[in-house]
Design a protein around this ligand. Sequence first.
Ligand code: NI
Length: 422
Amino acid sequence: MYNEEKLRRKEITETTMNKRRTSESPRNSRSTRASQQVRKSRTQYSSGNPGSFRDSRGSRCSGSLQKPMNKRRQEKLRRQRRKRNLCYGILAAITLLVFSLTVLGISRLLPDRVRDGAEQVSEDSGTQVTTTLSQPEMNASGTKDFFKEITLRGWQSDSQGIRYIAADGTSYGKGWHDIDGSQYYFDENGYVKTGWHVIDGKDCYFDESGKYDSEKVRPMIALTFDDGPGKYTEELLECLEENNAKATFFMLGQNAERYPNTVKHMEKLGMELANHTYDHPILTNLSSTQISNEIEKTSRIIERIAGKAPASMRPPGGAFNHTVRSVSGLPIIMWSIDTKDWKTKSEDMTYRCVMDNARDGSVVLMHDIHQWSAKAAIRMIPELVAKGFKLVTVEELARAKGITLENGKAYYYFGEGTQQVE
Ligand code: NI
C-alpha cells in the first residue's frame, strides 16, 4: 500500500510536469503520449502483478519510472537516427539510380556506334550494307570526330550510293572488287553499281547492295518504228542515245531520201536500218517483180545514204504471202506487241500498251511519223530501262536468243512461249 501511494504521488508530479511541458511546447505531444502510456501501464500494474509492469511495447520495466522515460528518450533518439539513416539511404539510392541511368544512356549511345563500326569492318558481306549513321549532336566536337572516325569503315551509304571504306580508310577505285566472296563493281567515285550495267560488253546485274549476280538474265526487247523517218525521229534518236538504247527503223525508201541526215544519224548511233518498201504498197497485191523492185530500190537508197544495206524487211500492213517470202531476199520481221498507235492516236495508250506487255523477247510495233507515238516512246524508253529491260535491235535480239535469221522466213517474237498483243 505504501508503494501504491508513492507511485500515485509520483504520477501526479509527472502529470503536472507533462502538462507544463505540453503547454510550454505544443510540439512535444509525444510527452503527452508518454504520460498516457504510463497511465495505461499503471492500469496494467494496478490490475496485475504489483511488483512490475510491462510498457506498451511489452518490455519489462523496473519499478522506477525514470528508467522507462530514459528508455523512451533513447527509443526516440533511435527512431530519429533510423529516420536519418533512412533519408541517407534513399538519397544514396536516388544518386545510384541517376548514376546508373546516365552510364546506361551513354553506354547505349557509345557501343551502338562502336559495334556498328566493328561490324562494318568484320562482317562486310554484301547483304550487310549499313546506312551511314547520323552523327549525334554533341557539344564536344572531339567526341563527334571520334564517332565519325569509327563509322568511316566498311560499307557506307549516302545520297550518292553505297561505297566501301577499307580498313586503311581508303575507298575502292573503279573496277571489280571481291569482298567476302562476293563481287562488286565500283565506279570512279568509289560507289558500287546496282541494277543492270554493260561492263566490258557484258550485261551484269548487281543487286540493291551492289552484289554481282551472274545467274540473272537481262530481259531484252526490240522497239521497232515503221514508216519513217519523219520529223519526230531525231528527237526519238536523242532519247535512245541518252538511255544507251537501240531500236530498229523500218523505213520507207521515199522518207529515207527526204531525211538522209536522220538515216545517217541512225547508223552512227548503232540503230538497225531496215526496209519497209519504197512507198508503202500492200505487197500481196503486187507481182513478184513489183515486190522485188519495192524492196530492192529501198535497200539501195539506204545503203547509199548510210553505207550499209538493210538486213531485214517488214511488209506494209504486215501483209505477206508465199511470193513475198520468196522474192524479198530478206528475213521478214513482224511483231508481238501491236500498239495500234496509228489508230488510237494516243500517247497514253501507246505507252501503256508497251509498259503492260513488254517482256523478254518482245518485238514492239510503233510509228515514228506520229507525234503521239514519238512522245510515248520517249516516255517509255527510260522507264523500260529502269525496269531492267535492255532495248536492242531485232538483229541483236535474235542473236542474243541464238536465232539465225533466214531470208523469206517470218519472225514475230523471240522470247519463251508465245506472245501476240493486238
Ligand atoms: Ni507501215
